[in-house]
Ligand binder design. Sequence first.
Ligand code: PLP
Length: 366
Amino acid sequence: MDWDRMIREELHPLVPYPPGLREDQVQERCGSATIVKLSSNEHPAGPFPSAIAAITAELGCLNRYPEGSSEALRAALAARHDVPVDQVVVGAGSNELLRLVGQVVLRPGDEVVYAWPSFVVYPMVANIFGATHVKVPLAEGEVHDLEAMLGAITERTRIVFLCNPNNPTGTIVTREALESFLKRVPDHVLLVLDEAYFEFATDPAYPDGLDYFDGERPLVVLRTFSKIYSLAGLRVGYGFAPARLVRAIDCVREPFNVSTVSQVAALASLDDEAEVLRRREENQEQKTYLYSGFDRLGISWVPSEANFVYIKTERPVEVFEALLAEGVIVRDFGGAPALRVTVGTPEESRRVVEAFEAVVTRLGSV
Ligand SMILES: Cc1ncc(COP(=O)(O)O)c(C=O)c1O
């Protein structure tokens, strides 16, 4: 069988998303009793109690298909953000929504512009639909180079992805910069603002993408329940998009794309704003602790508005392996000179600093 003929050519160069090492794989390698997994920007505290109660209450009804359009969740999100419900979309993680947006607008040969390094799914979305991806390197300070991104836009550009805060650097596009960017992005371009880490940001200059959403202009704002709400395992994200785009997405998504437990858990989580605030504050405290530990060890880090810290190192492979030997899993970028550490519990932060200390002692520097 000639599978290369069978499978679409634009998929041939693609590789599956690298999920990172699991705790059990690392345990086998290093023998450490407790493994600290800080490679996927998950929240350490687990789902909100209200979400667990909602999931439990639903278990006996799982013989039924979910509500197909996530109606109650969409209505709650619409009310909370004062957006008409036909401009709200819910997906199996915001990851699914990134792909669905690509599926409804991208044609082969279109161009997709995004910063680099940024979220690895953007090039995947471009590739899946035969679009050309245009990577614009981050500027000094690991921030989006919006001027260069504007310069990269052509007649063929269909999507610009903007990750704010940016994964993996944790840096932000400020309100001022976003406003001037929005004024200059031509209207044949769909701007997708990926705000997966929205709830962690505390910098007063950090903009709320929804302030610029009017249901008309070509703007999509995406958020998720995977991060501060700790529901990564359930796969539920949401977005705001012009109604015509939401309708197109509704036509191509799976009929029951978001499971019943995902819908009820997300809905229940929305009521606990106090817990979101508590988690944001704790995340800040942990970052401050990590920064001071890194400073003491001479490690170069980038100030983050998210729940992870980007560390610059000329020896990423050695440092990654040495951290694994200490039982700490971080994210590497295939040899690029950086590593990303997710913010965990206070105990996990302590383990991270101790592990880096051991690595500095062993390797001389990081
Ligand atoms: C920037 C960014 N966007 C989107 C996602 C996807 O999140 P999910 O599909 O879990 O909602 C992630 C996950 O790590 C992310 O880092």
